[in-house]
Design a protein around this ligand. Structure first.
Ligand SMILES: NC(=O)c1ccc[n+]([C@@H]2O[C@H](COP(=O)([O-])OP(=O)(O)OC[C@H]3O[C@@H](n4cnc5c(N)ncnc54)[C@H](OP(=O)(O)O)[C@@H]3O)[C@@H](O)[C@H]2O)c1
Length: 318
């Protein structure tokens, strides 16, 4: 399932409106098929993996990072039927699909055909990978990741407004990887005016960049290719209209504080540089009710050095 989740990550940022799913088919201890959701959502991961496996899928085990779909779509056949017809003998999944059109029906269809179902494998990891998909089902909004490049003392810019660059080259390259998994990136007007960021994914071999969005109550003058949201509700409406699953917010401090105050941040990327800045911009616009209210909100799931800097990835506990 870990390997299937790694395949699912290949499709992050490309698969919307569909979730990014991975599928691995194993027969006789060997991987015979691998698949991940194609750009634009079709073909699904299972169809791709079954295509690679061919007749070897008969009697094999399929590891899929989401319950196979069971609903009829004009864009292609349902994956539960495809797995059944291929003769998959054992299906391993993290859990049921929250999509009401499937919601257990894919598992039931395969079980009725005599397939052994193993449910609950790496459920937490898979839930995190598909958080944007789940949030869209339940709240009609994407997963919101807030990226913060901070000094040791929590500053995002110096008193003179300098913030390029707080972190080093390796951390910034990691930031481009994060851009690759997002559908869209938003910044506030202050950041746009100070830095004129391109917000493109400049990794070698990158084929697409997320949609850049400016958040500002004033008229926008960003130029071609950018979208403009007047406020946070407008940004969320825009995300829903486009079917985005992952929205990355790259600051600045005012927009970051507003999202935290509205409790809309699901995932935090904190890149911390070994510098002390003293006076400068931070998250002054955000003030939790109390220290007790600030504790227990964020769960660290990853921590690692990136050159001289450190990255922490945290998820909001809800
Ligand atoms: N270290 C880092 O991670 C990082 C990241 C980004 C930027 N920065 C630095 O931060 C500095 C800019 O700071 P800043 O606080 O001015 O940046 P900002 O948050 O990008 O921009 C603030 C502006 O964005 C708009 N905005 C923000 N929240 C909004 C909301 N809820 N609704 C509507 N509009 C909203 C408003 O524009 P209008 O007034 O036009 O409505 C507001 O004046 C620069 O020095 C930049 O280099 C640092």
């Amino acid at each position: 399932m870990g390997a299937a989740l790694a395949l699912a990550r290949r499709a992050a940022g490309h698969s919307s409106p569909n979730p990014n799913v991975g599928c691995l088919i194993v027969a006789g201890g060997r991987v015979v098929g691998r698949g991940w959701t194609a750009a634009g959502g079709r073909p699904h991961a299972e169809a791709m993996a079954l295509g690679e496996a061919g007749p070897a899928a008969c009697g094999a085990t399929a590891y899929v990072t989401l319950e196979p779909c069971a609903h009829v779509s004009e864009r292609g056949p349902d994956c539960a039927s495809l797995l059944r017809e291929a003769g998959i003998a054992r299906l391993v999944v993290p859990g049921a699909d929250p999509d009401p059109r499937t919601a257990g029906r894919g598992l039931a269809l395969l079980e009725a055909a005599g397939c052994e179902i193993v449910c609950g494998v790496l459920a937490e990891e898979a839930t995190r990978e598909l958080l944007g998909f789940r949030l869209r089902q339940v709240h009609g909004r994407p997963e919101i990741t807030l990226k913060l490049a901070l000094s040791l003392d929590g500053r995002m810019a110096t008193a003179a407004g300098e913030s390029r660059w707080i972190t080093g080259e390796t951390a910034r390259a990691h930031g481009h990887l994060e851009r690759a998994r997002a559908d869209a990136i938003a910044v506030g007007r202050g950041t746009w005016q100070a830095d004129r960021p391109q917000l493109t994914n400049r990794l070698p071999g990158a084929r697409r960049s997320p949609v850049p969005v400016l958040v500002s109550a004033s008229p926008a003058d960003t130029g071609a290719g950018w979208l403009h949201a007047r406020d946070i509700p407008g940004l969320l409406r825009m995300a829903a209209a486009h079917g985005w699953l992952r929205l990355l917010v790259e600051g600045g401090p005012t927009l970051a504080a507003a999202l935290l105050a509205d409790d809309l941040v699901d995932r935090l990327l904190v890149y911390r540089a070994p510098i002390i800045v003293g006076a400068g911009a931070g998250l002054e616009g955000f003030a939790p009710e109390s220290l007790a209210a600030a504790h227990g909100r964020w769960r660290r799931v990853e921590e690692r050095p990136l050159g001289e800097d450190r990255l922490e990835v945290l998820f909001r506990e809800r």
